[in-house]
Design a protein around this ligand. Structure first.
Ligand SMILES: [Zn+2]
Length: 80
């Protein structure tokens, strides 16, 4: 799978590390977040069939983080 780094262009997947879903929001008020809210942030992840927004880092290249949209069925990637 080729992944388009915004700074380096298309590169092989082995040059990257997956950083997780970009759709998981950090608690707005972490000091007052209860256990259920922290559990949702730490353990619960979306598992869509279709487009999902993800964070990736180009570890074997420029080492920069970026966000992309990937279709989990076709693996088609589009910039976020
Ligand atoms: Zn890069």
């Amino acid at each position: 799978m080729l992944i388009p780094c915004p700074w380096c262009g298309d590169r092989e997947e082995v040059e990257f590390k997956y950083g997780g879903s970009a759709d998981v929001m950090y608690p707005r008020e972490p000091e007052s977040a209860d256990d259920a809210e922290w559990a949702r942030f730490v353990f619960f992840r979306p598992n869509p069939k279709g487009k999902t927004t993800e964070r990736w880092v180009h570890t074997a290249g420029c080492r920069r983080w970026f966000t992309l949209v990937r279709d989990t069925v076709t693996h088609q990637i589009t910039p976020a």
